[in-house]
Ligand binder design. Sequence first.
Ligand code: ADP
Length: 218
Amino acid sequence: MKREFAVIGLGRFGGSICQELSREGMEVLAIDNDEDKVNEFKNIASHAVIADSTDEASLKELGIKNIDHVIVAIGDNIQASILTTVILTDLGIKKITVKAQNDYHEKILNRIGANTVVHPERDMGKRIAHSIISNNILDYLELSDDHSIVEVKAGKRMVGKSVVELDIRANYGCNVVAIKQGKQINVSPGPTDVLYEGDILIVVGADKDISRFEKHLV
Ligand code: ADP
């Protein structure tokens, strides 16, 4: 069954969400107050309409109430983003995802009832910083203030050894949740699985433990 989404704001972020949802076969209502942006998405989204999302009547007219999940991707205009979110909450939209521009904006959005607040620039900046610091860290995802999940290349000290020999959990307190070997992914690595050169480990744990693991083994 197709699920219904609405994306408000068709800039780089909202535009890319809209494109990907549509590519995945989802029903997407694309909304922007800029006619050129709407025209760009006419052939991509199921429906693309010009509307000002800070106008409650316009949103009602579009039938936004029947939509499962609304994504608010209004960029610099924080006031419009907040007002749109308040209107969507008042209309009883069950899932509202909003892009925050800064920490204050994020705090307000959480307070006024956004279900999910995303911070793509900040998060991507952190991920890139981690891969710049260590050549072996390919990707990084923050789970909480002090826990993360990282993708690391198997270091020289790991190659040829089995998971049990390295005993990463006991020695470093972090867990290897998956091992990628070329196009294959082993999502439940066993103790006797041996690591090869070029393998990529997906490791979850406290930042301080991951950092120790990386310094000693990668
Ligand atoms: P990004 O950083 O993701 O590129 P932008 O600020 O460029 O974000 O894009 C935000 C989009 O949101 C723009 O296309 C803009 O026209 C749209 N937008 C801003 N305010 C409103 C509003 N009140 N109603 C509908 N769309 C809006």
